[in-house]
Design a protein around this ligand. Structure first.
Ligand SMILES: O=C[C@H](O)COP(=O)(O)O
Ligand SMILES: CC(=O)C(=O)O
Length: 213
């Protein structure tokens, strides 16, 4: 059984926010990851939504000290294999079908699978999962929905992602069943294009301080 919470906790608890990155230009990957780590965000999700993503993961894994680089938007077993080969230390999926869960059982790297309903969470709990992504968090019901899951499903810990921002992150982080939140706001596309690494470090630093808010 892929009890993933123990394996993911050191990564997900490293900071209150996991940056979710869609990297178009390979050359920005390493300075971007360094800027985020410098601000205190060490677990970084690079989504497999661009042709450059796997090379970005490889480069970050090899060159950015202190980073845990994960592969996001994992949709199938083939992507899982590619993510492991690239050096990911965790994987994230927006949802979880039976074939993905079967592939994850044999995978050396832990998966944080996505759910949006109590039923989906129960299916994954039966499969042994105790850490899940709540996606897309805001459209799916936000912090009130997640709070309502804590009583019936106390053993499940969530990383809400999708519509999380500095405005609502603290409300999620205050919940007993939230280990961290995910979001793209710490790496705005214009700042990445402009190479504003100091600006991104400042955003990361503010995000890293959120837990105590
Ligand atoms: O998959 C997750 C999203 O791409 C991140 O969501 P966000 O842009 O609303 O933070
Ligand atoms: C949405 C999501 O889970 C991902 O892109 O990894």
């Amino acid at each position: 059984m892929p009890q993933n919470l123990d394996r993911l906790t050191p990564i997900l608890k490293a900071a209150p926010v996991v940056p979710v990155l869609i990297i178009e230009d390979f050359h920005t990957a390493v300075p971007l990851a360094r800027a985020l780590v410098a601000g205190g965000l060490t677990a970084i999700e690079v989504t497999l939504r661009t042709p450059a993503a796997l090379d970005c993961i490889k480069a970050i894994a090899a060159e950015v000290e202190g980073a845990h680089v994960g592969a996001g938007t994992i949709l199938d077993a083939r992507q899982m294999e590619a993510a492991v080969a690239a050096g990911s230390t965790f994987m994230v999926s927006p949802g979880a079908g039976p074939r993905l869960i079967e592939a994850a059982a044999d995978c050396p790297v832990p998966l944080l699978p996505g759910i949006a309903t109590a039923g989906e969470a129960m299916t994954l709990l039966e499969a042994g999962y105790r850490a899940m992504k709540f996606f897309p968090a805001e459209p799916a019901g936000g912090a009130p929905y997640l709070k309502a899951l804590a009583s019936p499903l106390p053993e499940v810990m969530f990383c809400p992602t999708g519509g999380v921002s500095p405005k609502n992150a603290a409300a999620y982080l205050a919940l007993s069943n939230v280990v961290c939140v995910g979001g793209s706001w710490v790496a705005p596309a214009e700042a990445v294009r402009a190479g504003d690494w100091d600006g991104i470090t400042a955003l990361a630093r503010a995000a890293a301080a959120l837990r105590s808010a």
